[in-house]
Design a protein around this ligand. Structure first.
Ligand SMILES: [Zn+2]
Length: 310
């Protein structure tokens, strides 16, 4: 055990300042990246994302019963086609962060996202929990996921969303090392920002997420769990409408994370349909993929100062 390990092994309330400050400084939000006007002179940007996790949610916990897997199958078989149809109806592009195992189980679906003009992003191998993995395992799974999606769809993803937004101590280094241009797993702002690593600029654009703008916490239930969150779909529509309206007033970004096996049910897809109707009624809204948004955000990065270069 090194002297530093001995220090960090103590209880948090016993940590000296350099320890708690070191944890906080490891990955931090830098410059906020919002232009005066978004591309096309738009006032606000809207970036929808869908995570077609399907069967990987039970699989990553080694839950292999046909009953659990069928809940994931619903996402591929029933939810995803409805979502693609709705997006086409509204003429809206989206980003699909797809675990590699999900894409291997449903290759036609992965190809359909790409051929319909949407973006495919990395979302882990089997929806693994990165904070439970060693650095090498995490890197290997992300690299394999990148290669798998590239060979299945013919396009190499440029963005990553860690499964469950689980971001380990080594995730940032891995994401930078594999050449991703943006991440969408962190929550430090409503607007895109540059990620800092121990106070140093990385050039990596973060498209921030939040559980508020995610369908899973509102609708997911576990038959044998003690907690069963349940929010009326139309109450969720009100929350997301409020989020969009404020983003529109601020000239910022409205970003949403949805899952085909969750939002794809009939009574919930109404929320997405009515939300898109509401947003589309506003002038000056730029609908874009996360990659398109990351590019517009990156254009706002200030040049490196001489000290930053050294
Ligand atoms: Zn996911």
């Amino acid at each position: 055990m090194t002297p530093d390990d001995a220090t960090t092994a103590r209880e948090p309330w016993q940590w000296p300042e350099h320890v708690w400050r070191g944890h906080v400084d490891a990955v931090r939000a830098g410059q906020r990246l919002v232009p005066d006007r978004w591309p096309g002179g738009a006032r606000a940007a809207v970036a929808l994302s869908f995570d077609p996790d399907h069967e990987t949610i039970p699989l990553r916990d080694a839950e292999t019963s046909p009953g659990r897997l069928a809940q994931g199958e619903y996402g591929a078989r029933t939810g995803a086609p409805r979502i693609l149809e709705l997006l086409e109806h509204h003429g809206v592009p989206a980003t699909f962060f797809m675990p590699a195992v999900s894409a291997l189980l449903h290759p036609a679906e992965a190809r359909a996202y790409a051929s319909d003009g949407h973006e495919i992003g990395v979302h882990g191998w089997i929806h693994e929990r990165n904070t439970l993995l060693g650095r090498d395992d995490e890197r290997d799974l992300i690299a394999r996921s990148l290669d798998t999606l590239a060979s299945l769809t013919g396009t190499r993803p440029t963005g990553i969303r860690t499964p469950s937004w689980d971001f380990s101590d080594s995730t940032l280094e891995t994401v930078l090392g594999l050449g991703f241009s943006y991440d969408s797993s962190l929550m430090a702002d409503d607007e895109p920002y540059e990620v800092l690593a121990r106070g140093t600029r990385t050039g990596l654009v973060e498209i921030p997420v939040d559980w508020i703008r995610d369908d899973a916490p509102y609708f997911t239930m576990d038959r044998y769990g003690s907690v069963r969150p349940h929010t009326r779909p139309r109450d969720v529509l009100e929350i997301w409408t409020d989020e969009f309206d404020a983003a529109y007033r601020d000239g910022g970004v409205f970003q949403l994370t949805l899952h085909p096996h969750v939002i794809g049910h009939r009574s919930r897809l109404v929320v997405l349909r009515e939300l898109l109707d509401h947003i589309s009624a506003h002038p000056g809204v730029w609908f874009t993929t996360h990659s398109g948004l990351a590019d517009a955000a990156r254009a706002q990065l200030r040049p490196h100062s001489p000290e930053e270069r050294s």
